[in-house]
Design a protein around this ligand. Structure first.
Ligand SMILES: C[S@@+](CC[C@H](N)C(=O)[O-])C[C@H]1O[C@@H](n2cnc3c(N)ncnc32)[C@H](O)[C@@H]1O
Length: 185
């Protein structure tokens, strides 16, 4: 309940950034990370972890030599995850997803295997979301995957313009129900 309350509070403080009134369900989390091959993944990037539901799910399955970089722009969510998760494989950044390329360069990462994004593309201004998606595509390895959920099909065109394959799944087991986009370079 405290998690739900923190979401509502952050939503009303910054609705164009948070984009949701409630954290995602465990069911959606499992669907979002299902395409990840944890036996081979060495670097995963998460965009918009909120209060960390996907972060925890990813860390639970990640190998010890895999790195997770999570970009959270909202200071309160960032502080919340920082106080709850202490894991040497996680680099939590209070930075925008726009910094994805500078961060992988700073950390000497050559290849990003998966990007798991909860960014609310519908409310993020057009000039910012196009920059984020272009950089996300460039950060991914040739066989990498960009996985994104949204509450509408509005992002379909934006993603199809960039990725050679975009598969869409739907789940009603979330509030609100969500579409999961699985994109390959
Ligand atoms: C819909 S919430 C999803 C939170 C969580 N992953 C979940 O599914 O419950 C979107 C998150 O994206 C974050 N966000 C929005 N714009 C961002 C940006 N440019 N860079 C990093 N995080 C951003 C928001 O602060 C918020 O935590």
């Amino acid at each position: 309940m405290a998690k739900q309350a923190s979401f509502i509070k952050e939503f009303f403080k910054a609705r164009r950034q948070v984009g949701a009134l409630a954290p995602s369900s465990k069911f959606l989390m499992k669907k979002m990370i299902k395409p990840i091959d944890f036996s081979t993944a060495k670097c995963i990037i998460e965009l918009g972890p909120g209060n960390g539901i996907f972060t925890k799910g990813i860390l639970e399955q990640m190998n010890s030599d895999c790195k997770l970089f999570s970009f959270e722009l909202n200071q309160s969510f960032y502080e919340q995850i920082k106080s709850e998760i202490n894991d040497h494989r996680l680099t939590l950044l209070n930075r925008s997803a726009e910094d994805i390329i500078s961060v992988i360069e700073e950390y000497g990462i050559e290849k990003v295997d998966y990007i798991v994004s909860s960014l609310p593309l519908t409310v993020i201004p057009s000039e910012i979301k196009t920059v984020i998606l272009d950089r996300a595509k460039n950060a991914l390895s040739d066989d990498g995957k960009y996985i994104q959920f949204q509450y509408t099909l509005n992002a379909k065109k934006l993603l199809e313009e960039r990725f050679s394959s975009v598969k869409i799944e739907f789940t009603a087991a979330n509030f609100p129900p969500a579409f999961i986009y699985q994109c390959s370079n």
